[in-house]
Each structure stands twice: as structure tokens, then as C-alpha cells.
Design a protein. Structure first.
Length: 183
């Protein structure tokens, strides 16, 4: 169970996710904006960053199912939507689906830090490597989901491997240790 002060902190993070998401989506094509609202969840490292008042790298959005992903990918081929996508940095060696744009087999990265994951549905978060990456915000219902185990991992910056995940890659361990996480 969460204490009252923990509930308050969770509510603060939820509100920050909502505000950040709305500010960011407001600058996107209205069709993409609506689609993300109906079909997306925000998950990944954003919760940990916000709990620690750290700068977020991006806003990872997973879509509800494969049909939602396929429809989204079709929309991204429209010229008006491509204008919103981040340009590829030539120094990075990454295979893109559209030359010059950061559209890969895994995700579409927009200029506004939104990253729509296209290689997996929202259910894949159950298999994330570390539990601190698993909290999620359901955009359609405006509901934030975080377990006590996830909360404790985040506030203590303790790396806890998800019971349902494969062994995390060595680079993932190092990435978080460099950011002050412990085992």
C-alpha cells in the first residue's frame, strides 16, 4: 500500500506526464494527436526521470495493438506527417525506412521528443527488462498505473529486473549505473 505522501508524489508525476504530453502533442497534426489519444500509453523511462526531476530524453508511446501500429505507419507515409518527423543525424549509423527521416523498424521519432514505438504493442511493457521502466499512463482514460515495487525501485534508484523479462543487456545495466542507479 502507498502512504499518503507517496500517493501525493505519484499524483504529481501523473500530472506532469499529462501536462508534458498535452504540451507536446498540441504541436502535432490533429489526426496523429487524436489517434495517439485513443490508442496510446506513455511508458518507459519518463516516470523515473520525472520522479527525480531529471530531464526526459523522449516520450515513449506504445500503441494498443498491431492494427493501431499498422494504421499509424500508413499515416506516417503522408507528406504532411513526415514534416513532423526528426531528421536523421548522419553521424548515427541507423537503418531508416524513409531516407533522411528517423523512421526505423522500431519507432518513429518526432521533432518534439515524441517517440511512437512501432515494433511492439502496449502489452510488451509487461516484459520490459527493469521494473522502473514499467509504470504507464493510459492516455485515453487519463489513468496512471504504478505498482509499489515499481515505485520503490524508482525512488531508491535501485535496478530491479522484471520477473518476466529476459536478462537485461550489459549496456542497459551500464546506462543506468552511469545515471546513479544501483543493484
Amino acid at each position: 500500500m502507498f502512504s499518503e505522501s507517496e500517493k501525493k508524489l505519484v499524483e504529481t508525476v501523473k500530472c506532469e506526464i499529462e501536462e508534458l504530453l498535452e504540451e507536446t502533442l498540441a504541436h502535432m497534426d490533429i489526426d496523429v494527436h487524436r489517434y495517439v489519444h485513443l490508442n496510446g500509453i506513455v511508458t518507459g523511462g519518463i516516470s523515473a526521470s520525472l520522479f527525480h526531476n531529471e530531464e526526459i530524453n523522449d516520450i515513449d508511446i506504445y500503441l494498443s495493438d498491431q492494427n493501431a501500429i499498422d494504421t499509424f505507419k500508413e499515416w506516417m507515409m503522408l507528406e504532411k506527417n513526415l514534416e513532423q518527423v526528426e531528421d536523421i543525424n548522419p553521424k548515427y549509423m541507423v537503418q531508416t525506412d524513409i531516407e533522411g527521416k528517423l523512421i526505423t523498424a522500431n519507432a518513429v521519432t518526432f521533432k518534439n521528443k515524441i517517440q511512437i514505438i512501432t515494433c511492439a504493442t502496449k502489452d510488451s511493457r509487461k516484459y520490459f527488462d527493469f521494473v522502473h521502466c514499467m509504470p504507464y499512463y493510459d492516455i485515453a482514460t487519463k489513468t496512471y498505473f504504478i505498482s509499489k515495487k515499481q515505485y520503490n525501485s524508482i525512488v531508491n534508484k535501485k535496478l530491479v529486473v522484471n520477473d518476466y523479462a529476459s536478462t537485461p543487456a550489459a549496456w542497459r545495466w551500464e546506462k543506468f549505473k552511469e545515471r546513479g542507479w544501483t543493484t
